[in-house]
Design a protein around this ligand. Structure first.
Ligand SMILES: Cc1cc2nc3c(=O)[nH]c(=O)nc-3n(C[C@H](O)[C@H](O)[C@H](O)COP(=O)(O)OP(=O)(O)OC[C@H]3O[C@@H](n4cnc5c(N)ncnc54)[C@H](O)[C@@H]3O)c2cc1C
Length: 495
């Protein structure tokens, strides 16, 4: 007799958990509220162009890389078309204040050498910094797919010092310090709060090699969905869960917006934990648990500009580009100032048969949710004229920056679309439109540590709010969630 599992949320967390469980012989059913599955893997199409909304770059896909091994185990490697970014320039960072552009190579030595090229007298410090990050990342068994008891608190205090203080130990050069932190927006870093081990882990993960999905990240969600189907599971879209009914600390059934009821032996929540609290019966958890969860700050949100380019007008760039108004701005991302945007990333995602010209360009700009809070009671398409004017004005500012970077840029634009933190909130039901779920604060790490086990006996948690976000974190949490059902280290041992 197969046991059944019902998963709420068809983002990367829900889909990987579902695919692993389906392979283990569980009868898997996933309920996704949107018309398209994938959450942060979702893409949208305009004029035949597939725009990525969340996941733009991935690491861990080199042979024997952590994510490669998971995808291989799930039988989806051949279904994914990835393009590695340029090894000699995985990222380029341009500072408007002095007009300098730094090109950073991938690989441990490449990374060190490219920075040492700009800061020759700092080579030793750069090497010490990179070595220390690698040592830290290597100690985290979970992130290296090693069997583990993984108690975060077994690590020395250096792991939990603020990332900015960790960086400052290695150099007094303010420009180099800034460059050590250029990936901040990839993990929602905040000065004085983000723990050093997250900085180290994310940096090492990407230094080891970055790729991009050709034609969009939705290929990963489609591949995972096929694996689930091949093992007898089912993924429903347009299935928003509006109530999770609980009796005596056990889920009895789940209700979907269209009125249908679903029940299973086990339930897994793969949505933002605030969203779980919104739909689950209020008696499910002790008040103290709900209050703690609701008090955890979220990572910042973002504003997006999607640009369709005129044919053969703008070069395809095979790496991510970062714009910084000045040194120091990288540690001010969460602050919204009148000079917004002072810092952003942009890229030309690859399409099938990519040639030397880009078809489109995507710009991601960090923006705190508070900026749009006054429109939070509105719905897509009906947010009002004031909101539309505001949005139009933000896009204008972004284009002004692009004019600084590429003279005559406006003439290269065919069509332009934009989205605000409200879009993120509404598409993913992510509290405060947060990009990466809860923020980690090394001054109070316990606050954001959420167990995959809950007081509701047949409910487990997964997804980016638990442990770490992104391709670096969500698949590994999915493994832990699955192992809570099939046995500790049972999946890791198979990988
Ligand atoms: C702008 C942006 C850029 C990013 N860039 C990168 C990147 O380059 N590389 C990287 O590794 N990571 C990146 N990330 C992070 C990555 O996309 C996420 O960590 C990951 O996709 C989160 O997966 P998840 O399944 O935990 O959550 P989500 O993707 O949010 O999935 C949750 C799913 O649950 C659904 N849902 C919510 N409520 C309900 C309900 N009541 N009933 C049914 N379904 C519901 C949602 O619609 C959604 O599909 C980025 C994220 C964002 C937002």
């Amino acid at each position: 007799m197969e046991e059944s599992v019902l998963i709420v949320g068809g983002g990367m967390g829900g889909l990987i958990t579902g695919a692993l469980l389906a392979k283990e012989g569980y009868r898997v059913c996933i309920l996704e509220k949107n018309a398209t599955i994938g959450g942060g893997l979702q893409t949208f199409q305009r004029s035949g162009i597939e725009y990525v909304t969340g996941m733009h770059i991935v690491g861990g896909f080199h042979p024997n890389g952590v994510i490669y091994r998971i995808c291989k185990y799930l039988g989806i490697v051949d279904r994914l078309t990835l393009l590695p970014v340029d090894a000699d320039c995985m990222d380029q960072i341009t500072y408007a204040s002095d007009g300098r552009t730094y090109k950073i190579a991938s690989g441990r030595n490449g990374f060190i050498n490219s920075l040492a090229n700009y800061f020759p007298t700092e080579r030793e410090n750069i090497t010490r910094y990179v070595d220390r990050m690698y040592e830290m990342a290597d100690q985290l068994d979970h992130f290296n797919l090693r069997p583990t008891a993984d108690d975060l608190f077994q690590f020395p205090p250096e792991f939990f010092m603020p990332a900015d203080e960790f960086i400052d130990q290695f150099t007094t050069d303010l420009r180099l310090r800034d460059l050590f932190a250029y990936m901040n927006s990839l993990h929602g870093a905040i000065r004085g709060k983000t723990p050093a081990y997250i900085h180290a882990l994310l940096n090492v993960f990407y230094i080891e090699g970055v790729s991009r999905f050709v034609g969009g990240s939705s290929q990963l969600s489609e591949a995972l969905s096929s694996t689930i189907a091949a093992h007898g599971g089912i993924v429903y879209n347009n299935a928003e869960v509006v109530r999770i009914a609980v009796q005596d600390r056990k889920i009895t059934h789940v209700e979907v917006k269209n009125g249908k009821h679903f029940s299973a032996d086990h339930y897994i929540s793969a949505v933002h934990v605030n969203e779980l609290l919104r739909v689950i019966d209020s008696t499910a958890f002790p008040k103290s648990f709900s209050n703690r969860i609701l008090s955890i700050p979220n990572t910042y949100s973002a504003f997006f500009v999607f640009i369709e380019l005129q044919e053969r007008s703008f070069p395809y760039i095979n790496h991510t580009c970062y714009y910084e108004q000045d040194y120091g701005d990288i540690w001010q991302l969460e602050k919204y100032t009148p000079e917004w945007p002072r810092s952003f990333m942009y890229m030309t995602p690859p399409v099938a048969n990519q040639d030397e010209w880009a078809t489109h360009l995507v710009v991601n700009l960090v923006m705190p949710y508070d900026v749009v809070r006054k429109w939070e009671n509105t719905v897509t398409g009906k947010r009002g004229a004031e909101y539309e004017v505001w949005k139009h004005e933000r896009v204008g500012r972004v284009l002004d920056r692009f004019e600084e970077l590429y003279k005559g840029f406006r003439a290269k634009i065919k069509k332009i679309y934009s989205a605000s933190p409200l879009t993120l909130r509404d598409y993913y039901h992510a509290a405060d439109g947060s990009i990466y779920g809860y923020a980690k604060d090394c001054q109070n790490l316990m606050l954001s540590q959420i167990s995959i086990f809950t007081k509701v006996k047949n409910l487990l948690l997964t997804g980016q709010c638990i442990r770490l976000h992104g391709i670096c974190g969500v698949p590994l949490t999915a493994i832990s969630t699955v192992e809570a059902l099939v046995g500790r280290n049972k999946i890791i041992e198979k990988l």
